[in-house]
Design a binder for this molecule. Structure first.
Ligand code: PXL
Length: 251
């Protein structure tokens, strides 16, 4: 065993009792990639792999209390944000991040479950836009990129246009995940100057089997950043890890 102290990653996310997505899958990702995971629950859900039946948001003060209490004890090397549980929670996070600067913040702007249930309302989306100026990288899928940018995305040019708009809202890096477009999947990473494209091959999987893969990706990016990688290699490694998870059908 190496004596090097483990890096610590914090996930601020919703609970998915089935373990396929959300905070539970983030903690498994952290463990699988060799960092210590700590967590703050932003919302509860009642769900299985197929369906989200109900959600219950945590109060903003209680969300912040969880994070502040962790910070009293440990240094956090990277933060991953997933399901936030409403505008009030996002506002509280904005205040916290202005007061306490974190070097690495990965925002997965979760708005809807894979099965289609809305996990964030309109006000929440507006607050997520304000949060962008405080994050290192935001990782929207196509629907989320459309909601954040107002751009209708039909092809890679649309992805690029949306990435530019989202970058102009303040995120340092924008990764638009193109997996829902037809053809070979492509993700576009924009750093304000240029685009880098990650081309993948399509792995055969049903919708339920892809549930939670966005969570794994953003958590794995946070791990890379915590370990000192810069953004592009962190995304590259995280994508390779997600590919393995989908192929093995487990974390
Ligand atoms: O996959 C997005 C997501 C994130 N977090 C939680 C979820 C879901 C989707 O269902 O339930 C808690």
């Amino acid at each position: 065993m190496s004596k090097k102290p483990l890096k610590t990653c914090l996930t601020i996310a919703g609970s998915d009792p089935s373990g396929w997505a959300g905070l539970q899958s983030d903690l498994m990702t952290f463990a699988a990639l060799g960092v210590r995971g700590v967590s703050a629950i932003a919302a509860l859900t009642a769900q299985n792999r197929v369906k989200v039946k109900a959600t219950l948001n945590v109060l903003p003060q209680f969300l912040i209390k969880q994070i502040e209490t962790l910070l009293e004890e440990s240094k956090i090397d990277a933060v991953k944000i997933g399901m936030t549980g409403g505008a009030g929670n996002v506002t509280a996070l904005i205040r916290l991040f202005k007061r306490r600067r974190f070097k690495n913040i990965v925002l997965d702007p979760v708005m809807r479950s894979t099965s289609g249930k809305a996990l964030l309302d309109k006000k929440g989306v507006a607050e997520i836009k304000r949060l962008l100026s405080l994050v290192t990288i935001v990782t929207p899928n196509l629907a989320e990129a459309e909601a954040l940018s107002g751009v209708k995305i039909k092809d890679i040019r649309g992805m690029d246009e949306a990435a530019r708009k989202i970058h102009s809202l303040g995120a340092r890096f924008v990764l638009v995940k193109g997996g829902h477009l037809q053809g070979a999947p492509i993700d576009a990473l924009f750093d304000g100057k240029g685009f880098y494209y990650f081309k993948g091959r399509r792995i055969k999987a049903g919708r339920a089997e892809l549930h939670g893969t966005g969570c794994v990706l953003s958590a794995a990016i946070a791990v890379g950043l915590a370990k000192g990688l810069s953004v592009r290699p962190a995304v590259k490694r995280a994508k390779a890890f997600v590919g393995e998870v989908i192929e093995k059908r487990r974390l």
